[in-house]
Design a protein around this ligand. Sequence first.
Ligand code: SF4
Length: 88
Amino acid sequence: MKGNKINQRLVTEALLLASGYRKYTGEKLDIYYSSEICAHIGNCVRGNPVAFQVGRRPWIMSDKGECEATMAVVNSCPTGALKYIVKE
Ligand code: SF4
């Protein structure tokens, strides 16, 4: 699932926040997460335990690790519970 799209369209912050996603701000990349959609399959924490760490507050740290690797992990989320927006 493409981490910057919903139904083939690029996501916007307004759309994600209105849809119940919570924002995790980063310098180059903002990550958005919906606990309602998450199926706790764990691709994120297994794929990049530096950026995604259950039990830590915040559990998502957008700036930890390489940006491209974090985006790849978000893309691997099978439910769409994770999304990202790359900053200019
Ligand atoms: S990969 Fe997606 S569905 Fe799986 S635990 Fe992470 S956020 Fe939830």
